[in-house]
Design a protein around this ligand. Structure first.
Ligand code: NAD
Length: 259
């Protein structure tokens, strides 16, 4: 996609690591100007530096917590004033939470929903409004997960947050279609990133849970699914204006069974 996104402004959240960082690079390689947003300031700045090296016309790092509505409003105002209106928004920041429902506290639920759901709601509303007001279309990609349609005993809060993101994306897609703003939900299965290292564990033995996750990903032979392949699927979702995109074999199988 050399220069396919030349002149376009792409904003990626969760850009300091994993899928977000790979996505920033993928759009950079396609010639975009890239805003790399993360609550990890140093990581976001590093992604921006590397994005310039791989071909971004321009790249910036911004330190923002996506669950903080006021901070997201401030970010949108700054980006609009200094870099322009965002053409492609990738709401990708997310956190993990493992543990059975009965062990998951209200505090745990709040933490995961604040980032995984409210972060996406803020991004869609604030940047989507700017896109709609400009009147030249655009695209929003939300990183959901295969967990959105694959029930599990160990990820009730995480899966619920992702199911909500999937439905939100489909509703918004219907709402914004007449304004030429596409909305896509990306649903990866298990991808090799830092998310399990930074996941919270509710009422379960952390070491045992990590061993269980490693066993199950080995079972599927998916331990080494690279974030770059998810990034490619995200770019393709924008180019093709795809609605729901399963990535990784178990995600495709689970989507097929659930619909
Ligand atoms: P990761 O931990 O490598 O990256 C997540 C990034 O999000 C980190 O840089 C982190 O600092 C940032 N972040 C977390 N909370 C934030 C907040 N409140 N504000 C701003 N930034 C924040 O994990 P990843 O696997 O690359 O995750 C990216 C997305 O992909 C997440 O939404 C995750 O749920 C989803 N996902 C991951 C997998 C997987 O197996 N890795 C599978 C399906 C979906």
């Amino acid at each position: 996609y050399a220069d396919r996104f030349g002149g376009q402004l792409v904003l990626v959240t969760g850009a300091a690591s994993g899928i977000g960082r790979a996505t920033a690079f993928a759009f950079a390689e396609a010639g975009a100007r890239v805003v790399c947003v993360d609550r990890d300031a140093e990581g976001a700045a590093r992604t921006a530096d590397m994005a310039r090296l791989v071909g971004a016309a321009e790249a910036w790092g911004e330190c923002v917590d996506v669950s903080d509505e006021q901070a997201m409003e401030k970010l949108a105002a700054k980006v609009a004033a200094e870099y322009g209106i965002v053409d492609v928004l990738v709401n990708n920041a997310g956190i993990g939470l493992s543990g059975p429902f009965m062990e998951t506290t209200s505090e745990d639920w709040k933490k995961v929903l604040d980032v995984n759901l409210w972060g996406v709601i803020h991004g869609c509303r604030i940047f989507g409004k700017q896109m709609a007001e400009r009147g030249q279309g655009g695209h929003i990609v939300n990183t959901a997960s295969a967990a959105a349609y694959l029930p599990s005993r160990t990820l009730p809060a995480y899966s619920t947050s992702k199911a909500a993101v999937l439905m939100l994306s489909e509703c918004l897609r219907a709402e914004l279609a007449s304004q030429s703003i596409g909305v896509s939900a990306i649903c990866p299965g298990i991808v090799n990133t830092n998310i399990t290292a930074t996941s919270r564990f509710a009422g379960v033995d952390e070491a045992e849970e990590k061993r269980r996750q490693a066993r199950s990903s080995r079972l599927y032979g998916l331990r080494n699914f690279p974030p770059e392949k998810v990034a490619d699927a995200i770019v393709l979702a924008v180019v093709r204006n795809q609605a729901v995109v399963p990535v990784t074999p178990e995600s495709k199988g689970a989507l097929w069974m659930s619909r």
